[in-house]
Structures are given as C-alpha cells and as structure tokens.
Design a protein around this ligand. Structure first.
Ligand code: ZN
Length: 107
C-alpha cells in the first residue's frame, strides 16, 4: 500500500502517533488517588485527616499491580499516562479506518 493512499486524516493521526513515540514517555495505566492512615499513632491522620496518596495502577499478565507515585514524579507519570491514552485513541481510529477500507474493497 502506497503511503500516498492514506487520507489526510490518517496521515495526521500517524504523524501524531510517531511524534509521541519518538519524543515522549508513555505508560499504560490509570491513576488513583487514595486516602489512608500511615499508622503512626501521633500523626494527624490518626485524628481523621487522612494522607492522600497517588497510585499508578496497571493490569499486568492478568493481575493488578500498583505503585505509589512520589510527588516529584507525579507530573511525569501523569503525562506518560495521558500520552498512552492518546496513542491508544489514535491507534483505535486508524484501526477503524482500516476496517472500513477492507469493507469498501469488497463492494
Ligand atoms: Zn499519618
């Protein structure tokens, strides 16, 4: 299939996909903010002001795994998760386009 046979919309999605893949971090997962107690008896959390912790959650080989994201890493992780979501979305749209191309050729 010649590259020129892609539609403009397909070309835009492919270049965006390549741009992210070439220049940015990406990571499959979801972020979950949880509130809990650290266990120290004199901490404010023991009186009800719970600690907020951000967790990165991912299904991996059929099991959930998670990682507590340190504050300093939060923006990097958020961006990587957003990038992966955008790539997934672009791949899905390209896949849908390919499905339609196949059907059109049958007609
Ligand atoms: Zn605490």
């Amino acid at each position: 299939m010649a590259r020129s046979s892609f539609t403009d919309a397909e070309r835009r999605r492919r270049s965006r996909l390549a741009q992210i893949a070439h220049t940015q971090r990406f990571l499959r997962g979801t972020l979950s903010l949880r509130h809990g107690r650290c266990g120290k008896p004199n901490c404010h959390c023991a009186r009800g002001e719970l600690h907020a912790s951000l967790y990165l959650v991912q299904s991996h080989r059929g099991q959930l795994r998670q990682w507590c994201v340190p504050k300093a890493w939060e923006e990097r992780v958020r961006q990587a998760v957003r990038n992966h979501q955008e790539m997934q979305h672009l791949i899905e749209e390209l896949s849908e386009g390919e499905w339609k191309h196949l059907l059109e050729r049958k007609e």
